[in-house]
Design a protein around this ligand. Structure first.
Ligand code: C2G
Length: 163
């Protein structure tokens, strides 16, 4: 990095159902340099990772581009592209959340690799679980009220037929 070129930080993620954990990571990463570039997982790469995101690649890209921390969003399509991305974007730092600790150390020969503490109490997986749970609870309530309604109908028709 020559002295007057901007310090580039690069990171990767799915960033689905954008939440405060993502915001806090992007804020801390952007503070490590002058520009923050984010590779977000394409829908096909997510399928490869066995994930299905709620928001499409285009929607997640639009959300990240709207944040004050992100200067560039590009597509992450393979696990192997990080080395060529770092060289292409002349990244000085690769930064990830601590759930990826040591996973990208092999890139230490071309940039600084840092892992920042995750925000523990929130995750996209938990949000999805909570949303699906709410639905099933409502379904349970609905089912039991349908059952009691059916019982009423049965007793009315019985008393009607036994007149
Ligand atoms: N993150 C965080 N705190 C959370 C949730 C996520 O700091 N509560 C961080 C993760 O550690 C990651 C980034 O936010 O660095 C994006 O997380 P995900 O969208 O879950 O991304 P992931 O599926 O881990 O994809 O090649 C790497 C992959 O693309 C990473």
């Amino acid at each position: 990095m020559s002295h007057n070129s901007p310090k580039i930080v690069i990171t990767y993620g799915t960033f689905d159902l954008f939440h405060v954990g993502h915001v806090r990571l992007l804020r801390r990463l952007s503070a490590l340099g002058d520009k923050l570039y984010v590779g977000i997982s394409s829908d096909s790469f997510n399928a490869l990772k066995g994930k299905k995101s709620f928001y499409s690649y285009e929607e997640r890209k639009e959300i990240l581009e709207s944040t004050q921390y992100v200067d560039l969003v590009f597509s992450e399509d393979t696990w192997e592209q990080k080395r060529s991305d770092i060289e292409k974007y002349k990244a000085d730092i690769l930064g990830m959340g601590s759930d990826w600790t040591n996973k990208f150390d092999e890139l230490n020969d071309i940039c600084e690799v840092v892992y920042l503490p995750r925000t523990e109490e929130i995750s996209t997986t938990d949000i999805k679980k909570m949303l699906s749970k709410i639905n099933s609870d409502e379904l349970d309530v609905l089912e039991s009220s349908l059952h009691s309604a059916l019982e009423v109908v049965k007793s009315v028709s019985n008393s009607f037929h036994n007149r």
